[in-house]
Design a protein around this ligand. Structure first.
Ligand SMILES: Cc1cc2nc3c(=O)[nH]c(=O)nc-3n(C[C@H](O)[C@H](O)[C@H](O)COP(=O)(O)O)c2cc1C
Length: 390
């Protein structure tokens, strides 16, 4: 196929699947960590990093990253719901030594903060997922790698020391799905995170036309598909989005891979009960960061009913709207085993590459530690619902 036909084929596929991979963004062609000298001490919180990212990666990239669907009600609910919860602090406790360690599937982690799967990270920085994974490894955080990452999970595993989980968009062709699973397992992944809030693409009125507008010359690879199709381009009629997927997929995954299966996108106790019934190993309470269904509750408002239903039978993680250490504290208090962030680490990536992701992780962990001390707890396990009022 000549390259023009291939390009048109690709653009057609994007229209069909709603996913995209050729995205030229002015700021992304730089190779250095930042275009100008940056005084890191001026970056006090993740919002300062977000501002810098706009300057570094460009307004269009940030608009795409921050986008939600329709009137952004779910997106806002995710952030606003945290503000309605107050912390109940205890006094006169020796808080000189604080541990933020947790256990997840029998493995110890220094931090309860995980990097959510975010596709196409080369949109934000030329080093994309490699920079993110290096930062995750350096700061000892777990990273979930998207099916639609620009770098394949095997490349990320080869080039970095990061601990990785693989996020699966199922695809409409189970042969391709098997290939993705195999690749993840061969890369040492022990956990597959199946995204279940994405039977069709959400109505991203700004983000999708924006991407179509800016899509042209620079071609980014969709690394995980490279071994399957030339240039990672899927044939017509095949999509990473499978609207026919049902609960049986959990059993299929269990039969076809040796990884633990986590369901990302549960927001009700009914589905939490089904997750147990169908044999899932964990849950991420998530609404895709407000990029799928409009008018959802904020995820932190969904967490308690899911945690009650699960009743300790599997880990329950959460993402969506976490921007401060206090948000992490509140999610842990309401029963989350661990918490995940999406946009904030991408602001860091866009602002300063690996260094920026590390900075965001440092900022949030410093805030969390300080918040724990101020609230009178010295370990994550001590943070119970007695420490919040909603
Ligand atoms: C730009 C962008 C790309 C994303 N790509 C994926 C993806 O490939 N797979 C997935 O399961 N979730 C994806 N998500 C959703 C995130 O994993 C996560 O649920 C969400 O970002 C959490 O909300 P937060 O950004 O407010 O932290 C994406 C989110 C954003 C903002």
């Amino acid at each position: 196929m000549n390259s023009e036909i291939q390009r048109r084929h690709f653009i057609k596929w994007i229209g069909m699947s709603g996913l995209y991979m050729t995205l030229p963004i002015a700021g992304c062609i730089r190779e250095n960590e930042a275009s100008t000298e940056v005084d890191l001490t001026s970056l006090r919180n993740v919002f300062d990093v977000e501002k810098l990212s706009k300057k570094e990666m460009g307004e269009d990239a940030l608009l795409y990253l921050n986008d939600g669907v329709e009137d952004r009600l779910t997106l806002k609910a995710n952030v606003e719901a945290y503000k309605k919860i107050q912390i109940r602090a205890r006094r006169l406790i020796d808080v000189r030594n604080v541990s933020t360690g947790i256990e997840l599937f029998g493995e110890s982690w220094d931090s309860p903060l995980i990097l959510s799967p975010v596709g196409y990270q080369q949109l934000f920085h030329p080093h994309g997922e490699i920079a993110t994974a290096k930062a995750a490894a350096q700061k000892k955080h777990l990273m979930m790698v998207s099916s639609v990452a620009n770098h394949s999970i095997s490349t990320i595993a080869d080039k970095t020391q990061a601990k990785l989980w693989f996020q699966l968009y199922p695809t409409t062709d189970r042969k391709i799905t098997k290939h993705l699973l195999q690749q993840a397992e061969n890369s040492g992944c022990k956990v597959c995170v199946l995204t279940i809030d994405h039977p069709v693409l959400g109505n991203r009125e700004v983000g999708i036309p924006l991407l179509r507008k800016i899509m042209s010359t620079r071609k980014l690879k969709m690394g995980n598909f490279e071994g399957i199709f030339p240039d990672g381009i899927m044939p017509e009629g095949t999509s990473v989005i499978d609207p026919s997927m049902t609960w049986d997929m959990v059993g299929w995954l269990k039969e076809n891979c040796g990884m633990k299966i986590i369901l990302k996108g549960i927001v009700t106790k009914e589905d939490a009960a089904l997750a147990v019934e169908y044999g899932a190993d964990g849950i991420v309470v998530s609404n895709h960061g407000g990029r799928q269904l409009e008018s959802n509750l904020g995820t932190i408002e969904c967490l308690p009913e899911v945690v009650d239903e699960i009743d300790g039978r599997m880990p329950v993680m959460i993402d969506g709207g976490i921007r401060r250490g206090t948000d992490i504290f509140k999610a842990l208090a309401l029963g989350a085993t661990a918490v995940c962030i999406g946009r904030p680490f991408c602001w860091g990536l866009g602002a300063l590459g690996q260094q920026g992701v590390e900075l965001v992780l440092d900022i949030l962990m410093t805030e969390l530690k300080r918040d724990m001390q101020l609230a009178g707890v010295t370990s994550i396990q001590q943070i119970t619902k007695d420490y919040v009022r909603s």
